[in-house]
Design a protein around this ligand. Structure first.
Ligand code: NAD
Length: 337
């Protein structure tokens, strides 16, 4: 083995171990010890090294897996349709390359249409409705197996326990993000401080810690909200749904499911970049925390043609915002957020 290959292998192993530890702290302990920007840098370095040295790739690398793990304290739920992650873009070039990759794969030069959505910084949750009634809710976990958090999700004020109307599939899984609005987060931390209890590092950790409580009475007191962003399982599978993702979101709204009010659609990567700039400008004044925006090919048939890779769909990308640079000291942890 050449020296450069040996160095690459050493660095890859170092990064895999480090990222696995970050994942444990973030997903299992709900207590990250480094800022997301640091995590993203390490992950990008790992991905670049694995790309440059495909012989060192491994199916068990954190770059190939959905981060997270179901806590054994909860009943486990096996997802009938896996819950995946998203690929990331950190600049304009990566977004343009994404559009080109999609068009090349579809062998279609027409301008693509995208659904544009704020990337809410919370926790992915699947909510199953049977005959219009909420019967089960689960976390993403490792994408295959999540935690049964039905009792906790039932306490979230804007999650309907029954769907409106009568025209829904017998079984339908609504996917979206549980998050803590900024105002609620500030109030909760104030209360925690006064009670001498744990102060949360950011709204995402507060949401994760609140949702994964064994006692749903505690969850009920936390200011959590839910916004849907897609459908998972639909049964019967030939149930008639609109052909565009954006229209399917409107269908969810007709069933009484809450959606993020800042969702839009755009033409081509150029339209997506305009949306990115708009949301970036609005970011500080939004009532919820976001860490970027998500672009999804809007046509469901094209999504199906594009399919998935190991941990993410080929038809979507998350464009992350630049890290906010102020240094925060919380508990005994100091990092930039
Ligand atoms: P991700 O957060 O990059 O993207 C996938 C997730 O985005 C989904 O599971 C969903 O929860 C969320 N999402 C929000 N809005 C959405 C929308 N409109 N449509 C679809 N999904 C939407 O991927 P991930 O695997 O959940 O987490 C990786 C990220 O988490 C990293 O990039 C990093 O920022 C952070 N992280 C940080 C640490 C740390 O130690 N600081 C550790 C692990 C992960």
């Amino acid at each position: 083995m050449s020296e450069s290959l040996q160095n690459a292998r050493r660095r890859i192993e170092e990064l895999r171990t480090q990222i696995a530890e970050y994942n444990y702290q973030y997903y299992v302990q709900d207590a990250p010890t480094v800022p997301d920007a640091q995590y993203d840098r390490d992950m990008q370095e790992l991905i670049a090294l694995e790309k440059a040295h495909p012989q060192l790739q491994s199916a068990s690398s954190p770059s190939q897996k959905v981060g997270g793990q179901a806590l054994s304290a909860f009943e486990q739920v096996t997802h009938e349709v896996p819950m995946l992650s998203l690929d990331n873009a950190f600049d304009e070039t990566t977004l343009l390359a994404f559009e080109k990759r999609v068009s090349d794969r579809l062998k279609d030069t027409r301008v693509l249409h995208f659904s544009c959505e704020p990337k809410l910084d919370g926790l992915a949750v699947s909510i199953l409705y049977e005959n219009g009634q909420l019967v089960r809710a689960a976390t993403r976990g490792d994408g295959q197996v999540g935690e049964n958090i039905t009792a906790n999700v039932r306490t979230i004020a804007n999650v309907p326990l029954s769907l409106r109307g009568t025209n829904w599939p017998e079984r339908v899984e609504v996917r979206g993000e549980v998050f803590m609005p900024k105002k609620g987060f500030e109030k909760l931390n104030e209360q925690q401080k006064q009670a001498g209890a744990k102060v949360f590092a950011n709204p995402r950790n507060a949401a994760a810690g609140s949702l994964r409580q064994l006692d749903s009475k505690i969850t009920a007191k936390r200011p959590l909200m839910f916004y849907a962003y897609s459908l998972g399982l639909v049964s019967p599978s030939d149930f008639s749904l609109p052909s565009l993702h954006s229209q399917r979101l409107e269908t969810l709204a007709q069933w009484g499911i809450p959606l993020c009010p800042d969702i839009d659609t755009a033409k081509g990567a150029k339209g997506c970049l305009d949306y990115y700039q708009l949301i970036l400008t609005k970011r500080d004044n939004l009532p919820y925390d976001i860490d970027g925006v998500v672009f999804k090919v809007n046509d469901i048939e094209l999504q199906q043609q594009l399919g998935f890779v190991a941990r993410a769909p080929r038809w979507a990308i998350a464009q992350k915002f630049p890290a906010q640079e102020e240094v925060t000291r919380l508990l005994d942890v100091e990092f930039q957020v």
